[in-house]
Design a protein around this ligand. Structure first.
Ligand SMILES: [Ca+2]
Ligand SMILES: [Ca+2]
Ligand SMILES: [Ca+2]
Ligand SMILES: [Ca+2]
Length: 527
């Protein structure tokens, strides 16, 4: 796809776009030199046309987005990742950002210029107490609140928002799956989110620790480009302390890998994996694509095999796409949220070919047309599967004794699929992202949702169906093992009526507060 910025400054596009006004992204045709005087990238690049613009628009800093860590890999070279830069405008600049980007876009020394877009997480918080005693048997873990985790074992008691009845068995068959595989601590799942409450007793022992890094000595001991990154990294505020300032990430971490069978709290779907804390959402729930791109590269370079992105933005970006390709080419699975606008809008990174896009279902196996807070699961031609996403209880980032917080959205569904992917990778570490996608899609349950939307086979509302962890772990991969590629998902459905228009009642239209903030410009990174 050729990105044309004029598409983005005209008409409806600008209404839904949100991007930083003090910095933007370029990809140059040649490397920008590092100044010997400062050790930073020089704003005088040697590319004449670019230097004229840098002077005119008062560029005072250039940052390389994808760092050349620990030597340069073939994939890094192939994707030309060294030449993606973030350009910072001096506060004295008086030109409009859209005008500047348009001007840079026509520079013959650049491959492209694009805004540094901003997205959000795909979940909203709620409170309530719907404790249900689990059906006790030898298969279920002893975690006190296991009965509230309806997505693991649905007893038919937590009712969906839509008012219909919960369905017994509308779950991912977790207890059965754990008979097959419970995970391994050498498998790392990166949580690109608002951070994780990493000292929570129900998460602490599961947090990935960078053992090659010595804490608090102000030295990048392992040479990965990040100083003192022992517990992950905070890409939003550029610090070594990725604590959760919003709560979303702690819920996601719970779903993927809470400490299981320790009597307290919840059970994680993967009972042993390590959770890599890549904070790429600010404490106000907004995340710049540049942070996301950097977080994905960090996750890949530091050993994650699955990257959970319960976040998205409505704008296509070459930079974010390249980050996801880097993961894919390195055999790292990226899972992302379809988002919660209750419409068929494109959202990124979910819409990229290299990413597994996940929508949400309710406790009755139907698509979440209305979450506990409103909204609805997005649909579209790139959806791979759906997974439970409404009223997903998890740990609280502020109060370690609070077990009554739930979050709802395609974020939570995404975490479930990432966890299943991680178990499949422990089962067989040689599996590629395509093979993982194939198994999850092929074993998803078809036609268990609303018959008006969940037509036979792939459909745009449920993808290949609602995921089932047990079926995924027991799929006979020796037979009929055809890889389902993303482009095969563009199946035209033979749905008879068009209920779709009425269900698009999410909060995504003109009342979206993001629209206003776009023009104000958002600069949360204290640099
Ligand atoms: Ca380091
Ligand atoms: Ca250190
Ligand atoms: Ca627990
Ligand atoms: Ca279907």
């Amino acid at each position: 796809m050729v990105f044309n910025f004029s598409d983005c400054v005209t008409n409806e596009f600008v209404d839904k776009s949100l991007y930083t006004t003090d910095k933007f992204i370029i990809k140059s045709k040649y490397d920008i030199p590092i100044s010997e005087a400062t050790g930073s990238f020089s704003t005088v690049t040697g590319m004449k046309s670019l230097d004229e613009k840098n002077l005119k628009y008062k560029i005072n800093k250039i940052k390389q987005i994808f760092r050349a860590n620990k030597g340069i890999s073939e994939i890094y070279k192939k994707l030309e990742m060294s030449r993606y830069y973030l350009l910072y405008l001096d506060t004295l600049n008086t030109f409009d950002i859209a005008e500047i980007i348009k001007e840079y876009s026509s520079d013959t020394n650049l491959v492209f210029c694009e805004p540094n877009f901003i997205g959000t997480s795909a979940g909203e918080k709620g409170y309530g107490y719907e404790y249900e005693k689990a059906i006790e048997n030898s298969k279920i873990p002893n975690d006190e609140k296991f009965g509230m985790q309806w997505y693991l074992q649905n007893n038919g008691n937590v009712s969906p928002t839509g008012g219909s009845k919960a369905k017994i068995g509308a779950d991912i068959s977790a207890p059965e799956a754990w008979e097959i595989e419970t995970g391994n601590d050498d498998l790392i799942v990166a949580v690109c989110d608002s951070g994780i409450r990493d000292d929570h007793p129900d998460l602490k022992e599961r947090i990935w620790v960078n053992k090659k890094e010595v804490p608090n000595n102000n030295i990048d001991d392992d040479g990965n480009g990040y100083i003192d990154d022992v517990k992950g990294w905070d890409f939003a505020y550029n610090t070594d302390d990725p604590h959760d300032g919003f709560g979303h990430g702690t819920n996601i971490a719970t779903v993927i890998g809470a400490v299981t069978n320790n009597r307290i709290g919840f059970a994680g779907i993967n009972q042993k994996c390590r959770l890599m804390n890549c904070k790429d959402l600010g404490d106000n729930n907004y995340g710049e694509y540049e942070w996301w791109a950097e977080a994905v590269q960090y996750a890949v370079d530091n050993g994650a095999k699955v990257i959970n992105m319960s976040e998205g933005g409505s704008d296509y970006s070459n930079t974010l796409k390249t980050a996801c390709e880097y993961a894919y080419e390195n055999n790292v699975v990226v899972v992302a949220a379809m988002m919660n606008k209750g419409n068929n809008s494109n959202n990124y990174p979910a819409a990229f070919k290299t990413v597994i896009a996940v929508g949400a279902t309710d406790t009755d196996d139907k698509r979440s047309v209305r979450f506990s807070w409103g909204g609805g699961s997005c649909w579209g031609k790139y959806i791979a599967v759906v997974a439970p996403g409404n009223k997903i209880y998890g740990l609280d980032h502020e109060d370690i004794l609070n077990y009554e917080t739930f979050w709802s959205g395609t974020s939570q569904s995404t975490a479930i699929v990432s966890a299943i992917a991680s178990l499949l990778l422990t089962q067989n570490p040689k599996r590629t992202p395509d093979e993982i996608r194939n198994i999850i899609c092929k074993t998803a349950l078809d036609q268990v949702g609303d018959p008006e939307e969940d037509s036979p086979g792939w459909d745009q509302y449920y993808g290949w169906g609602r995921v089932d962890c047990y079926r995924a772990l027991t799929m006979d991969t020796s037979k009929n093992y055809k890889i389902i590629r993303k482009q095969d998902n563009n199946v035209v459905t033979n749905r008879k009526n068009t209920k779709s228009d009425q269900s698009g009642g999410g909060p995504a239209k003109s009342n979206n507060p993001r629209n206003n903030k776009a023009r104000e410009g958002i600069n949360r990174k204290p640099e």
